[in-house]
Design a protein around this ligand. Structure first.
Ligand code: FAQ
Length: 333
């Protein structure tokens, strides 16, 4: 039940025999993609393009919503009113991102209820990163710095995704994620510069725990990424998993020096020849274990989402009843 295997419907089988009309539509679609034009919801698109987008956007939307949980865990325990207000706003932003993304996915013909059902049934994926626990306050700053930092690195290229409703949603999301990353860095910087030795140790411990899961967020290596080639061909993905991971590591290694923390990789080292940082081997067995449902918090995250959905049923019913009442009033007027 808790495996995150994505199966929102019967597996797509690409039609081998197509009508001349369909072949012409596909030719025009390919020409648009090649010219770097955007595809709108009303435009013709190959079924496989639609399903690929739906898979990625719904996974992205679920990540934003499940991603509210690890941080939500600290709202009542934030150390100051200022930090509490910032955290509340951030978690609320993530909820908003989920809603834009569900709306973008709905333009592809699958309802939000269907996507939410797939998540709750354990059939839809969300980012592996949100299956790790937030043990101390320093985890909150570290999520902002590393997790939002990785999310921005991955998401800025999606602002140029060939599917226009997704690209438009991403522009606003990226602006907000950028604020999230800075507030996380700022929160850690305050602890590292003005904190007690215990607080500094807490930051280092959080960074040690979140570093490797953060660099796994970019997905499997390019040569083991079954969706990359087609995603790149269609302009859904613009930059490969490994290239984004390397860009993130290069940027973050420098930021770690400013913070005064070390990153838990003894092989992390600037390589003058490559003009990039070298880094140690990633534990892909751990990544697949977490994606497969057996991470530290998978069961808890899903159970919490399902409970929140069930307990919120009366709110949805009340909102629908109110909307119906308003519509009847309008009709009568
Ligand atoms: N976790 O062939 P690829 C955030 C799956 S939002 C779980 O490389 P693709 C905001 C992948 O789905 C974070 N599963 O796949 C925030 C595929 O399985 P499928 C989420 C993963 O799609 C911050 C299989 O492995 N961001 O953080 C992961 O070409 C703080 C093979 O992989 C997005 O979703 C993973 N990490 O590339 C919120 C961005 N990686 O679907 C709160 C949009 C891979 O065939 C607090 N998504 N898989 O069953 C993407 O850019 C892409 O989907 C990738 C994966 C790059 C994630």
């Amino acid at each position: 039940m808790y495996t995150q295997a994505m199966d929102t419907g019967p597996k797509e089988e690409r039609k081998v025999v197509r009508s001349a009309e369909e072949a012409e539509l596909e030719r025009r679609f390919d020409a648009k993609i090649d010219a770097g034009d955007f595809i709108e919801a009303k435009d013709w698109m190959p079924e496989h393009y639609r399903k690929t987008l739906l898979r990625q956007i719904s996974q992205h939307a679920h990540s934003e919503i499940v991603g509210m949980l690890p941080e939500g865990n600290w709202i009542t325990r934030a150390p100051t009113l200022k930090r509490k207000a910032i955290l509340l706003a951030k978690v609320q932003d993530e909820g908003g991102h989920g809603l834009y993304l569900y709306a973008a996915a709905e333009t592809l013909g699958t309802s939000r209820d269907q996507m939410v059902d797939a998540l709750h049934a354990g059939k839809a994926k969300y980012s592996s990163i949100f299956n790790y626990p937030t043990l101390t306050w320093a985890d909150i700053g570290t999520i902002g710095w590393l997790v939002d930092g990785a999310a921005i690195m991955n998401q800025v290229p999606i602002c140029r995704c060939s599917y226009a409703p997704y690209a438009r949603a991403m522009i606003r999301i990226c602006r907000e994620e950028s604020f999230h990353q800075r507030q996380g860095f700022d929160s850690l910087l305050v602890m590292m510069r003005e904190g007690t030795p215990e607080q500094k140790a807490m930051v280092q411990d959080a960074v040690n725990r979140w570093w490797w899961p953060s660099i796994m967020m970019f997905g499997p290596p390019d040569d083991q990424s079954p969706n990359s080639a087609q995603g790149m061909r269609w302009g859904i993905k613009r930059i490969s998993n490994d290239t984004l991971r390397q860009k993130f590591i290069d940027a973050t290694a420098e930021q770690a020096k400013v913070l005064g923390v070390t990153l838990p990789d003894p092989l992390l080292k600037w390589n003058d020849e490559r003009q990039h940082h070298d880094f140690g081997p990633i534990d892909w067995a751990e990544f697949w274990r977490v994606v497969g449902g057996d991470g530290p918090c998978n069961r808890d995250r899903l159970a919490t989402r399902v409970r929140a959905w069930d307990e919120g049923a009366w709110v949805r019913e009340a909102a629908l009843a109110h909307a119906r009442k308003q519509a009847t009033k309008k009709e009568a007027a």
